[in-house]
Design a protein around this ligand. Structure first.
Ligand code: NAD
Length: 475
């Protein structure tokens, strides 16, 4: 589901109408519900200038791979050196516990280092004819990155690290809910990268739509919801820019009849509730054998009731607030609908009193399989646990939505669990855990969950185009 803009856009002027100063974006701390800072709302004139400068900077940046490697490694060092400031700001605007913000910063630096060390491979192709084709790789030009609010830095780095390593420049647009840590990251990166190689732009819609449609952009790499992804693909069609879309998920965890519930309950709980459930590849539905259903509900309920919920800056907090007020309203609405459909909240089921966007960690049982909390993406601290009678029924249910991001299978016999995982219609399937990703692996969604591939060498090639030199052999 696309998230509405944080506050009404005061500027409805059509593209390229005379510039009018728009009110800045007010940034809210979701732990208190109060505005604590602001970011500029940049219009089409700023965007045009930024894309133009990114194109000019591209010519120097693409020319020297060794200089790129050095600059990206220095950028990783600079991110680590600014880690405390980045992490605190991220927690303030996004809500997640400080330790998770630090982990996000560390992942950002690690990704820069990983891609700094990757280079595309030139290949020679001979096929018996007296010619030789050499396949080389060329960057695309200025790349636009548009990212959501759940992992602002980590998801931005998943875009800029491969794009810059490949020799492209980048214009990066964070969510209007979380512009601040990304702006700070932009200034930190600017200490290590040549001017205009990466520029952060901030603002309300239609900034993202303008960026996706901008004729100077050669690749739009987007992470967000399915409906916005479709809008981005339509916008980029105007300039025939390449599109990479990492979209929503509704991952199922299928528990097998030999699962040891007590052994996996912690892992399963955190696979659903980390970052308050606001993870594209969180476990969003659990399917348990009917015989074990009550035991699974009990184990998860115990954890949901015990987990420390509070402001992300409090050292004891394990679960922060929902990241913003519209998302809290969405989580509340989908939960109420499930309860009205006949579900029962074994834990939670409601907002928490007091300021801020807090929602009680919720375990739902007796949920009708067609309730939106099962068929759609709840993206919050709410988990339905559904019983199944036959494995085929569980696999069909797991595969029964339009999403296809990830999925997992949990059991004692690993070979059997892997065979079931192989039947899931998704990009990544895990056995006995969920949402663990290596920087070196491809990341791609099946069905509505995405187009194109990020991660590992695939992410690098996603930012390159083949260029073939064809010449006679032996002359
Ligand atoms: P969203 O789609 O509402 O917004 C994502 C970004 O797009 C934001 O920066 C937003 O300002 C911008 N945007 C909004 N309208 C636009 C338009 N018409 N054209 C261009 N850009 C536009 O998503 P969200 O609510 O910020 O994030 C949550 C969603 O992101 C969930 O669906 C989640 O599953 C998904 N997500 C996917 C992945 C993945 O890797 N597959 C990772 C994280 C989050």
């Amino acid at each position: 589901m696309p998230t509405p803009a944080p506050d009404p856009a005061p500027d409805h002027a059509p593209d390229h109408a005379p510039a009018r100063r728009a009110a800045p974006l007010a940034v809210v701390d979701p732990a208190t519900g109060t505005v604590f800072d602001e970011a500029p709302d940049q219009g089409p004139d700023v965007l045009d200038a930024v894309v133009d400068r990114a194109r000019r900077a591209w010519h120097g940046w693409r020319a020297d791979p060794d200089a790129r490697t050095t600059a990206l490694r220095s950028a990783a060092d600079a991110v680590e050196a600014a880690g405390d400031d980045l992490a605190r700001l991220l927690t303030r605007e996004q809500g997640k516990p400080l330790a998770e913000s630090h982990a996000e910063v560390a992942r950002t630096a690690a990704r820069l280092r990983y891609f700094a060390g990757l280079a595309p491979r030139t290949r020679r192709i001979t096929d018996g004819r007296p010619v030789r084709s050499e396949v080389r790789w060329r960057p695309l030009g200025p790349v636009a990155a548009i990212v959501p609010w759940n992992f602002p830095l980590q998801l931005a780095s998943a875009k800029f690290a491969p794009a810059l390593a490949a020799g492209n420049t980048m214009v990066l647009k964070p969510s209007p809910f979380t512009p601040l840590a990304t702006r700070l990251l932009g200034s930190v990166l600017a200490t290590a990268l040549p001017e205009d190689v990466l520029t952060v732009v901030t603002g309300r819609e239609p900034l993202g739509a303008r960026l996706a449609a901008h004729p100077g952009i050669r690749h739009v790499t987007f992470t967000g919801s399915v409906p916005t992804g479709r809008a981005v693909a339509r916008a980029a069609a105007a300039s025939l820019a390449r599109v990479t879309l990492e979209l929503g998920g509704n991952d199922a965890a299928v528990l097998l009849d030999d699962v040891e519930v007590d052994r996996i309950a912690d892992r399963l709980f955190w696979a659903a509730f980390r970052n308050c459930g606001q993870v594209c590849m969180a476990v969003k539905r659990v399917y348990a054998p009917a015989r074990l259903h009550a035991q699974v509900v009990e184990a998860l309920t115990e954890r949901a009731k015990a987990v420390a919920v509070g402001p992300g800056l409090d050292p004891g907090t394990r679960l922060g607030p929902v990241a913003n007020a519209p998302q809290l309203a969405r989580v509340e609405q989908i939960t109420r609908r499930a309860l009205a459909d006949g579900a029962r909240a074994a834990a939670g089921g409601h907002r928490l009193d007091g300021p801020g966007c807090f929602f009680a960690p919720t375990i739902l049982t007796d949920v009708p399989p067609d309730s939106p909390v099962v068929t759609e993406e709840q993206f919050g601290p709410v988990l339905p646990v559904l019983p199944y009678r036959s494995l085929d029924e569980a696999v069909d249910a797991a595969n029964g939505t339009g999403f296809g991001l990830g999925g997992s299978v949990w059991g004692t016999d690993l070979d059997r669990a892997e065979a079931v995982a192989d039947r899931l219609e998704c990009g990544t399937a895990w056995v006995n855990h969920h949402a663990e990703l290596s920087l070196a692996q491809p990341f791609a969604g099946d069905k509505d969950s995405g187009v194109g591939v990020a991660g590992g060498p695939w992410g690098l090639y996603g930012n390159l185009r083949p260029f073939v030199v064809h010449r006679p052999r032996g002359e």
